[in-house]
Design a binder for this molecule. Sequence first.
Ligand SMILES: *Cc1c(COP(=O)(O)O)cnc(C)c1O
Length: 376
Amino acid sequence: MEKELLLMMPGPVPIPERVRLAMSRQAINHRSAEFGAAYADCVRVLKTAFGTTNDLVVISGSGTAGMEAAIANVARDKKIACLVNGKFGERLYKISQRYGQATEIKSEWGTPLNLDALRAQLEAGAQVVTLIHNETSVGIKNPAEEVGRLCRKHDALFLMDGITSIGGDTVEADKWGVDIAITGSQKCLAAPAGLAMVSVSSRACERMTKNPPFYLDLAAYRKSASGTPMETPYTPAVPLFLALREACLLIDEEGLPARIARHQKMAKAVQAAAKEWGLSLFPKIDALHNYSSTVTAMEYPAGVKDDDMRGIVKKMGIVIAGGQDHLKGKIFRIGSMGAVSAPEILATLAATQHALKKCGYTPKGCGVGAAAEVLG
Ligand SMILES: *Cc1c(COP(=O)(O)O)cnc(C)c1O
């Protein structure tokens, strides 16, 4: 029998049964009260997770569609300062290059952002700033509030990718001065892949380009969402919306504070395991940066091969992530986001501990035990 793999990677994540079942029904008209009610439920819960009262729209497309929508609508032909300390920061920079005059403010992956360089860019006239709040590729949490303060001071628009923080960690888009915040369905929300959610401040609306893209025209999404029933401009991925609605209702039922506390505890448990094993966490943090609360990246000990280690973990039915680009073979990442909790974390850490041993590394102590202390 083909067994389901437990996905403990930073997206996609396991989807609760209620969410999956919501996709298995007969087609419905997307211009109907029924669809409008589902969309409204999503938006109501998502606004709390974003920490915003701004307009929020859902786009059929993965998280990257949300990133491109943000840049293409408000940053076209503008001076864009892109903060980069990992793969996804780089992606926002690449998108920015397609639409405006982008400058990369580059730090080594997994190291603190250079906020002095950001100040200099803002003083030199940067009109838009891009940030990854939780840089999934390296497991670092970047100082969104501080970046927001600098943007406000210089009247620049603040675009924040919260794709692996929103719904799993504290996000206060309005308090932090975020003009456009973005998330995706298959990360902390524990919904199927394929939807992007974007919140838009009134400041951002006032500064929209007169030359927006067609499919990703945020003004069109806002207009369709403001009617009764709520709609999208073009046919949406209806089954995914119905699943997202269930995922949002689950968030509502758990309560956002409890959900965030659960994520923080899981991340602490994985960090405790790494420490007990004698493995270094990959990010270099400082007073403004922190370890991610949704994905933990740790360095491979000398001699342990990525393919072998993760191969053994996978044989036990669990998928964890390796490093991307130049970090391939150097780090591995354990996602702890969405609907998972102690059982999944403990199984993942037990399999990882076993795999490390099989690959010739002798962990200093029992990481599984240390994690159980945190979770118990
Ligand atoms: C996963 C992820 C994305 C990209 O999302 P896709 O759904 O793969 O397009 C963007 N930013 C961050 C921080 C992510 O973790």
